[in-house]
Design a binder for this molecule. Structure first.
Ligand SMILES: *Cc1c(COP(=O)(O)O)cnc(C)c1O
Length: 812
């Protein structure tokens, strides 16, 4: 691969010069933040000409552009990834050492923008990486939140949320593009105009807001493609400062309007628990959709206007794909329709045809509480013209439906957009799209069979599966240098380009030298993580113990509670019987809970309370320890995954759409201890049954229990000795020292009948854990399992996922 720098000397010279011209200091005088910012600028600077070249090719070859609309992009730090992608990692690393610093020193200063909650936002970021790698003209369209997802601190075992002021020192990767700003209107009155038999509508008055884009380069591996992520910030249209009010002493009022407008892009909403229905959220959704569509229109018209000044609208679906990540961008359909008819003067049928051939939709959840709806009143008041278009889409849908399936009112009831005073965003998304996909095989099956079964009956051809994927370059290449270089020394570095090459590691299954080198690599990663955990929590882990890892958002269905029950049970057994010697294990947790999600925060508190007791009891702490790593984010995720030996993927079957940490951990050689849920099912198929530990209820069994008979007390009474004991300890003071007992959790289990089947799955889980740990003593056999996981993980590359989207959905 071509390196953007011809040599270390070349890099040093260019870098030095750039520090001088941009910072106005000698390199030696610049501080680490200035050095980092300039290094990022240098990389962006070198990659910009590639973007220009790509643009020319797109125009010449009439290539289709893909716009990926997502309210979240959890991009993580970019520097090391872009250096790897540009083939410049070794050059820059060596150059920096010669200049008296290190890449690690500078990279540590890079911010990790928290512009996403977790899996969904990280998926969008991996897709950007893969689109650029695959040479697709693919652009992210999102929001530039003033504050990212809160930073998590743990105080007395509880989660405390701290504002994430990620822009405080500026963000070196972004470029503000005020010349591409878009005006967006909220509220106002729709006015009808008539001239002869032509009639049209305009929106008068209302609150006008300026959406200003910031562009972040997306550098593809191989250095051939550089795309961009465009994120929007809300600003007042005119300088809205009220000088009179200010002079009268009303300082807050003077800038109130500015504050109101800017509120739109101030915060990222949590993806779980009770934050739905906020008007500000709907404003965000419309702002980034309207601005994104306006931006698409500008580019399209620039590139597809005929010599006579007419626009070649018929080409739109061949030049533009608009992908909607979940229902948050559901307004893409009606907004595109509005622009084509109201502003460009197309007739409805032509415009509607363009919409449905351009827009596609990914569903991410089966949780009914996550299916977005808006009260019609709120929606209409905020977006009066868009509402009329939604009404028209709904009216025509019903009309067509009645013609074709007149007698199936049951189907209409479940598929119409407007129902019961609500706008149903999933139905809107599906009706506006030519493709609807789930994110793992079993998830798509559940959509077809349960959640969206009515739509599936009506239009089965729209439905398809796209099993999620991850960036191997980031989560194995960048995150795990010791394992990466071991792999590369064995099979070359072709796996960075094509993860299916990892299959060639099969040749090393019985190679003792390779298997022992895996132990050394894992140990190095565990030491690195242990040092970080000691630093951030004070907990000292023994790197000879198994590292058992569950790191992800806190949610009832992800069942961190089941995991900590396992630890509580082990602790009880150790105390009760000095002869009981489980395989020494370090239980590592990390993850944030939505600020308003009380149950999830109680589980975090419980884990920390158990850690406090177990880690400080000398009878147990030689054998088991618990660590809660605060503030889970992409940057510390990259430390945790490579150190993991057991990957906890223990959601209630049927609830996790796909999961992606399961894939990252598999690639890094951790053995999955999991339920048959989401992508775990496919991981089990790929890895082989002997290289994964499956337990627990299946989707069908969960379904049967939900529809049939389940009583938590029965399970409790059936295992008083172990499970019963653990449940009792929630409220008997055993873990109350730090911050009190856990009656809410007890209540959810015993009085709300354990909706996530924690009690039901407990025994099969602890048995499966014990069985898996029993295999740890034979290190080579364990490493062979781990290697089989890495070797068979290539399918889960987001490059593969993106190729499937490109072929089946976007047709690029
Ligand atoms: C991959 C990733 C996730 C998703 O984890 P799941 O276990 O699939 O929910 C969440 N957060 C971060 C920072 C990630 O990197």
């Amino acid at each position: 691969m071509e390196n953007i720098f011809t040599s270390t000397e070349d890099f040093k010279r260019k870098y030095r010069r750039m520090v001088e011209s941009e910072v106005g200091k000698d390199f030696e005088e610049a501080d680490d933040n200035e050095r980092l910012a300039t290094l990022c600028n240098l990389v962006a600077f070198r990659s910009r000409p590639i973007h220009v070249k790509n643009d020319a090719e797109i125009l010449a070859e009439k290539k289709k552009r893909v716009y990926y609309f997502s309210l979240e992009f959890l991009i993580g730090p970019l520097l090391e990834n872009y250096l790897l992608n540009l083939g410049a990692l070794d050059t820059v690393r060596a150059g920096l050492i010669e200049m008296g610093t290190t890449l690690e020193t500078l990279a540590a200063c890079e911010v990790d923008p928290g512009l996403g909650n977790g899996g969904l936002g990280r998926l969008a970021a991996c897709f950007l990486d893969s689109m650029a790698h695959e040479g697709i003209a693919g652009y992210g369209n999102g929001m530039r939140y003033r504050y990212g997802l809160f930073k998590q601190q743990i105080v007395d075992g509880r989660q405390v949320e701290v504002t994430d002021n990620w822009l405080a020192k500026g963000y070196p990767w972004e470029v503000r593009r005020p010349e591409s700003a878009v005006e967006v209107t909220f509220g106002g009155d729709v006015v009808r105009h008539q001239e002869g038999d032509r009639c049209w509508f305009t929106l008068e008055g209302g609150e006008r807001v300026k959406a200003v884009p910031y562009d972040i380069p997306v550098v593809g591996y191989g250095g051939k493609t550089v795309n961009k992520l465009r994120i929007w910030s809300a600003e007042p249209v005119e300088e809205a400062f009220d000088l009179d009010a200010f002079n009268d002493g009303a300082y807050a009022e003077a800038s109130k309007f500015r504050t109101d407008v800017e509120a739109i892009s101030t915060i990222l909403y949590p993806n779980d628990a009770g934050e739905h229905g906020r008007i500000l959220r709907l404003k965000q959704e419309y702002l980034f959709v309207a601005a994104g569509i306006a931006s698409i229109m500008r580019t399209f018209k620039r590139e597809n206007t005929n010599a006579d000044g007419t626009v070649n609208w018929a080409a739109f679906p061949d030049r533009v794909a608009i992908h909607t990540n979940d229902t948050h961008p559901a307004l893409c359909g009606p907004e595109l329709l509005r622009v084509l008819v109201d502003e460009e003067g197309l007739d409805y049928d032509t415009a509607w045809d363009i919409v449905t051939r351009s827009v596609s939709y990914t569903n991410h959840t089966v949780l009914p509480e996550a299916l977005e709806t808006w009260p019609i009143d709120t929606f209409r008041r905020l977006l009066p013209r868009i509402y009329m278009w939604v009404e028209e889409i709904d009216r025509r849908y019903r009309e067509e439906f009645t013609q074709e399936h007149g007698d199936r009112m049951d189907l209409l009831r479940d598929t119409a957009i407007l129902w019961d005073g609500k706008v149903r965003m999933a139905n809107l998304s599906i009706i506006c799209s030519h493709s609807v996909n789930g994110v793992a095989k079993i998830h798509t099956e559940i959509l077809e069979r349960e959640v969206l079964k009515d739509f599936y009956q009506l239009t089965p051809e729209k439905f398809n599966n796209k099993t999620n994927g991850i960036s191997f370059r980031r989560f194995l290449g960048n995150a795990n240098p010791s394992y990466s270089s071991l792999i590369t020394s064995a099979i070359g570095d072709g796996w960075l380009d094509d993860a299916s090459e990892l299959r060639r590691l099969e040749a090393f299954y019985n190679d003792p030298v390779f298997l022992d080198a895996m132990s050394a690599s894992k140990l190095e990663n565990k030491q690195r993580l242990a040092a970080y955990i000691k630093d951030t929590t004070g907990v000292v882990l023994d790197t000879n113990t198994i590292f058992d890892v569950q790191v992800k958002r806190f949610h009832a269905y992800k069942r961190q509670l089941l995991n900590i029950f396992k630890v509580m049970d082990l602790y009880n057994r150790i105390i009760a019987d000095p002869g009981f010697r489980p395989v020494p294990t370090s239980f590592i947790f990390a993850g944030k809970a939505a600020q308003s999600y009380v149950f999830a925060k109680e589980v975090i508190r419980l884990i920390n309370a158990v850690a406090d007791v177990v880690n400080n009891d000398p009878r147990a702490s030689e054998l088991i320890k618990v660590a809660f790593v605060p503030n889970f984010s992409v940057s510390n995720a990259e430390l945790i995954y490579p150190a993991a030996e057991i990957s906890e993927q223990i959601s209630t079957a049927g609830m996790e759409a796909s999961g992606t940490s399961n894939m990252k951990l598999m690639a890094n050689g951790a053995i999955t201890l999991g339920t048959l849920d989401g992508a775990n099912v496919e991981i089990a198929q790929m890895a082989g049954a002997e290289n994964i530990q499956i337990f627990g209820l299946t989707v069908d069994e969960v379904e049967a229990l939900k529809n049939g008979y389940y009583l938590a007390w029965d399970v409790y009474n059936g295992d008083r000795e172990r499970l019963g004991r653990v449940v009792d300890q929630l409220v008997d003071g055993t873990y109350a020292r730090l911050s009190g007992d856990f009656s809410m959790i007890h209540d959810v289990l015993m009085h709300q009948n354990d909706a996530d089947f924690v009690l039901k799955d407990f025994r099969s889980y602890v048995d499966a854990f014990e069985c898996l740990c029993g295999k740890y003593a034979d290190k080579r056999a364990w490493n062979r399992m781990a290697l089989a996981n890495t070797a068979n993980s290539g399918f889960f590359s987001s490059d593969r996922t993106i190729r499937e989207y490109a072929e089946d959905i976007w047709h690029v």
